[in-house]
Design a protein around this ligand. Structure first.
Ligand SMILES: *Cc1c(COP(=O)(O)O)cnc(C)c1O
Length: 433
């Protein structure tokens, strides 16, 4: 299997080079040259398969033989060490809980897999690999915890001072070992600029091997395809049409669902649920695509005004708007409705939603027909957003044990300005230690 750049179908790499590079040299995103179909026998067995068994069958066509089958199985078993249960919430609505990993958000799935694959790909290099990750909150934790103790790799997380919540900051500043945290006196955009500039700096690249664990990496995307099959496997009633609602920001999660769909997952349609950053729902309604500056909302991991993965959605449908509309509808949930949904669902069912899951639930509730059954993805644990959630449900949200572990350890971090020279000096000095 080759992977091509969305900017140029002729630019093709194998999985190893696509993963190490992250982004194609023409700034395109890597896409598989074709979408493999899973055989009928797979779907016959699906209900009885474990998550890791499903993962092997789904990921094999993309990674084998560059990653030998026994190695792929080992990576899968090591990466996916937490459950992703499907639970009934209300009526014909079910939730897929993606937040039982180490940082209580779905990004753990992609980050843990990417870390292990990347580590294997670079194992024969004679120098350490630096993974640079700029974060506005959740990515830093997922990447840091995905890579902690992974041999041959050092992670540097850059985050904007004062703009990350205490619980988020703890998830990447308390690990130590091969993880360093850099508090940047600036904005998230400054952090991203520092990382991008580092990749262009000749002296730095001569001395250090730099890569990124950005969410556009194909090895973060593909493992997310797996849980769509696992969700379907857990559905009790396979006779009703299935609709899946995906709370979306950069649209990686929805892209993964659409890849599952193209591999044969028997789902009728998808809903792209967003907060008021509604570039994609607007496109689905009007055909006009107008990326713009993002605005802040309660579902802050979805505050994206120019979703990087949307180009992949277009690729999957050969850019045919009508085909896209047949398979995906959009739905927008504002902050007032996010709060209302959290409260109403808790009062009616006792189920506690986080602000992102609330968008997914509300979109599904609005668009699901009586003769269909729905699944929405819960992308983060509600304890990650205690202020909003506790106010709406009127009681405390229990922290999962994984989150408690971060709370009593000291934060270890270095502070830098937003000047590139400061960052560069940090990297060069760090390497000598
Ligand atoms: C990153 C994130 C999202 C958005 O996912 P995309 O794949 O970027 O669309 C949604 N919810 C949570 C909690 C996230 O961390």
């Amino acid at each position: 299997m080759k992977f091509y750049s969305t900017n140029n179908k002729e630019l093709q790499l194998n999985i190893k080079d696509a993963v190490i590079k992250g982004l194609a040299s023409d700034n395109g995103l890597f896409m598989p040259e074709y979408i493999p179909q899973l055989p009928e026998s797979f779907f016959k067995e699906l209900d009885n398969m474990t998550f890791t068994e499903i993962a092997f069958e789904v990921l094999k066509p993309y990674f084998s033989p560059v990653v030998p089958e026994n190695k792929l199985q080992e990576i899968i078993d090591d990466a996916f060490n937490f459950d992703i249960p499907l639970k009934h919430v209300d009526g014909n609505i079910n939730v897929l809980e993606l937040f039982h990993g180490p940082t209580s958000a779905f990004k753990d799935v992609g980050a843990r897999f990417l870390a292990r694959v990347l580590s294997w790909f670079v194992k024969d290099m004679d120098q350490e690999v630096y993974v640079l990750a700029a974060t506005s909150g959740d990515t830093g934790g997922a990447v840091a915890n995905g890579f902690v103790d992974v041999p041959g790799i050092k992670v540097v997380v850059l985050y904007p001072s004062g703009m990350v919540s205490d619980r988020q900051e703890r998830q990447f500043t308390t690990l130590g070992r091969n993880i360093s945290a850099l508090e940047v006196k600036g904005t998230f955009d400054d952090c991203q600029r520092l990382v991008k500039t580092a990749f262009l700096d000749k002296e730095l690249n001569d001395k250090l091997f730099l890569t990124s664990a950005n969410s556009i990496n194909i090895a973060r995307l593909l493992p997310q395809v797996v849980y769509y099959f696992y969700a379907y496997a857990q559905l009790e009633d396979k006779n009703k049409d299935v609709v899946i609602s995906v709370p979306s920001g950069n649209f990686g999660n929805l892209t993964a669902g659409l890849i599952a769909y193209k591999m044969g997952l028997p789902v009728k349609r998808f809903i792209a649920a967003t907060n008021i950053n509604d570039v994609v729902p607007e496109f689905l309604n009007t055909g006009e695509y107008n990326p713009r500056t993002s605005v802040q909302t309660l579902a802050n991991a979805m505050d994206v005004g120019d979703p990087s993965n949307f180009v992949r959605v277009l690729e999957l449908f050969n850019k045919q708007l009508e085909d896209i509309k047949d398979s995906i509808s959009g739905y927008v949930v504002d902050d007032k409705q996010i709060r209302k949904t959290i409260k109403e669902v808790f009062d009616k069912t006792g189920y506690v939603l986080d602000p992102h899951g609330a968008c997914g639930y509300e979109a599904l509730k609005d668009q699901l027909n009586d003769d269909e059954q729905g699944i929405f993805l819960a992308t983060a644990h509600p304890a990650k957003f205690p202020d909003v959630v506790e106010e709406e449900i009127g009681s405390e949200v229990d922290m999962p044990d994984t989150m408690k572990q971060f709370m009593d350890k000291p934060k270890i971090k270095s502070e830098i300005s937003s000047e590139f020279i400061d960052f560069k000096r940090y990297l060069l000095n760090n390497d000598q230690q």
